[in-house]
Design a protein around this ligand. Sequence first.
Ligand SMILES: [Zn+2]
Length: 380
Amino acid sequence: MAPTGRGELESKWLLQRWDLPPREGVSLAWEGDSIGSIGFRPTPYPSVIIPSFVNTHVHPDFTHLIPGHSLIEWIKHVVKFRRQEKAHQVTPQEESMVHRGTAAWGSILARPWNVETPPPHQATRVAFHEVLGDMGVPLPPPGLPLSPHSPYALTPRLLEAIWRERKDSLKAIHLAESRDEVAFVQGKPNALEAEVFPLAGRNTFSRPKARTPVEYLESLGCLDSTTLAVHAIFLDERDVEILARRGVSVILCPRSNLYLSRSMAPLPLLREAGVPTALGTDGLGSTPSLSLWEEMRALWFYSRSMGWDLSPQEILAMATHRGAEVLGLEGLRGLEEGREASFLVIRLPGNLHPRELALFVLLQGDLHIEAFYIKGKRVF
Ligand SMILES: [Zn+2]
């Protein structure tokens, strides 16, 4: 590639977005960080150009696979771990995402909201500033993405205030991740108050009772189109209807969800209701890597075991342009003229039928990456 930031590649196939059919015989040209033109050029070279990945939920400051045989045990370890951890290891975690073809991510940043270092390789970091506690805790300046941690980690007054005062900020909240959280909003005995609160030095607080975590947030005015519900595992049909009506997006973290909660969000119900869905890895505390490829495969196998009618294309879409939509990243909504020149080149077997392309990429694509570009610059 010339140092001016221009470049051009030919490929037998191009996937502009995973909800569109592949285009055959293309040349993709870019200038600076944007795609300039996409033309027709027959080429026998068996490769496919695909959009780069978007990890919508990651905690880059978790550096270990934290032990725990249940979500509660795990949270207790996190509370201890975070107290002991001195240095954040954000950069190596972000590098590991880039090395698996991820060009953008939504990071949950614990206070002191350490974001001095720019993300590596011109990648895009959407920094969600984590908020926990009661009224009086500092909020970041208006306009920045927030992560009010969960229904149980903030008082209802603070939750209401955040949605009231930060109308334009994206807000990622861990929601309906455990049965204890369901018991918590129902006002029933639960391990969060009995075991986690004392360890974290927190007092319990009064709150309205609700049938489910979704209805709890609904009653506080904390569900809208700026809300990203992370995990959203324990939902029923009424919850799904509320999320759809409020324009909430749902982020699944398949391996973390299976590891900590033995379950996953009811994806067929969410899709049927029109709830936007995307994929995240969560942090290394609850998943062995920050690879969206492995996340997609976990979802693929889980959906097969559940008998869900979910195509490889839909899973790839969740890991790419749907993730970009959820994070508000216009440049990554597909490989089109004017959008970001961030893409992967995958080598294909010579005799691969286009019908098999998506499944091949999902199951084996990371073993056959020939090149990865972020904003027109070759990363590897
Ligand atoms: Zn999380």
